[in-house]
Design a binder for this molecule. Structure first.
Ligand code: PMP
Ligand code: GLU
Length: 408
């Protein structure tokens, strides 16, 4: 027996690996503060759970069409039209096993070996491995923290090549915790519009988690709502973050391009691979996207905005960190560069984000994700996830502050 090179070469998901290490320490009895994995601490709203339970009890237990039931696809298409201004039809939507599965299907359908995919970094850990699995060349474009981790049109233009088939765009961003303004998105789309072979893959999983409370006037904007980009933008989203449904594994992709051919080919791959997601989740998707869930989604957003302000302040108060104020998603991504060359109270040398995170977990039991897997430019960063209640956030942040101050 053997393992293929392409799987051997692939890195493990460090976001999930940190969660596993924190859980193992907890099982050994340690008082671990888990700021690793990005998942809401809230439970799924009851009306959504009830919709799935009712469907299960009523016997909705058989296969349905691979991309989902007509009702669930129609609910998603209506949401994308009404909330995001994306002109699409239910046939342009496929419901997948999480946005991660949607990303896999999109890259396998879009990228030939040798094609270039532009990835503004720091970026979520799974993009690069999945681009490379499809045979693509991942063109990282480092985005400076001093400019709010935002890609500029000039940087994007310089990264585009005749072989560029896709630009990955993720706003609000994991791990940067920032969101682009509508004008900033439009300026980037103008660059892509000049390169007719390139598509935008817009990962909007954190769209609901945008905080005008900390950045007045900020709002989410979808590239596919720009008429010139509508055909060439593939929009990814899902239920995990906005609806606190990470464990359900529900994502979706909307791709109106090529007169509907692109999504048909993608669904062909999905049909050979996983077929439909659990059929009794379909009514839960319709329920989640109904007006009944909106107040609960907004209540979670308001709480995340409050935490963004708290954590932003606590991170900024650590003299050896440099950071930007989070304005979206639930991440702060400080640079720990000023800690390099120092030694922890337990005698560990701090050489980068990885050694910082390892020492922090071992010595004060706070789990963070080291920055390196978010991009080559991010090795001296760590990601702090603020998807915990305020007391836990304050406890973890004061441990981080004390640990950092004690480095010599
Ligand atoms: N995109 C981004 C930017 C993410 O942070 C995540 C992590 N959950 C995903 C996609 C995938 O989400 P899921 O598979 O849970 O829908
Ligand atoms: N996306 C979340 C994170 O970055 C969940 C874990 C994962 O799928 O990577 O922590």
């Amino acid at each position: 027996m053997k393992v293929t090179d392409r799987v051997l070469r692939m890195k493990e998901s460090s976001t999930l690996a940190v969660a596993a290490r924190a859980a193992a320490l907890k099982r050994e009895g340690a008082d671990v503060v888990a700021f690793g994995t990005g998942e809401p601490d809230f439970d799924t709203p009851a009306n959504i759970k009830d919709a799935a339970a009712r469907a299960l009890q009523a016997g909705q237990t058989k296969y349905v069409l691979t991309p989902g039931t007509p009702e669930a696809r129609a609910a998603i298409a209506a949401k994308l039209r009404d909330e995001n201004g994306i002109q699409c039809r239910p046939e342009h939507v496929s419901i997948t096993a999480g946005a991660k599965h949607a990303l896999y299907l999109v890259l396998q359908t879009l990228v030939e070996p040798g094609d270039d995919v532009v990835l503004p970094t720091p970026a979520w850990v799974s993009y690069r491995p999945l681009i490379e699995l499809a045979g693509g060349r991942c063109i990282e474009v480092p985005c400076a923290m001093e400019r709010g981790f935002k890609l500029t049109p000039a940087e994007l233009e310089a990264a585009m090549t005749p072989r560029t088939v896709a630009v990955i765009f993720n706003s609000p961003s994991n791990p940067c915790g920032i969101a682009y303004s509508p004008d900033e998105v439009k300026a980037l789309c103008e660059v892509v519009a000049r390169h007719p072979k390139a598509a935008i893959v817009s990962d909007e999983i954190y769209e609901k988690l945008t905080y005008p409370e900390v950045c007045p006037g900020l709002r989410h904007f979808s590239p596919a709502s720009i008429p010139a980009m509508a055909e060439r933008t593939i929009t990814l989203n899902g239920m995990s973050k906005a609806f606190a449904m990470t464990g359900w594994r529900i994502g979706y992709v909307c791709a109106p391009g090529m007169g509907g051919r692109f999504i048909q080919e993608l669904v062909k791959l999905q049909a050979q691979m996983t077929n439909n997601i659990p059929s009794f989740f379909m009514p839960a998707i319709v329920e989640a996207l109904s007006a009944r869930s909106a107040p609960q989604v907004e209540a979670m957003r308001v709480e995340f905005a409050r935490r963004a302000a708290i954590v932003g302040g606590l991170v900024a108060a650590i003299p050896r960190f440099r950071s930007v104020q989070p304005t979206g998603a639930f991440y702060s991504f400080p640079s720990i560069a000023a800690c390099k060359g120092l030694t922890s109270p337990g005698g560990r040398a701090i050489t980068d984000g990885q050694s910082f995170a390892e020492a922090l977990l071992a010595e004060v039991h706070v789990a963070l994700v080291p920055g390196g897997d978010f991009g080559d430019c991010a090795a001296d960063h760590v990601r702090i996830t603020f998807a915990s209640d305020e007391a836990t956030l304050r406890k973890g942040m004061s441990r981080i502050a004390e640990f950092t101050a004690a480095l010599r």
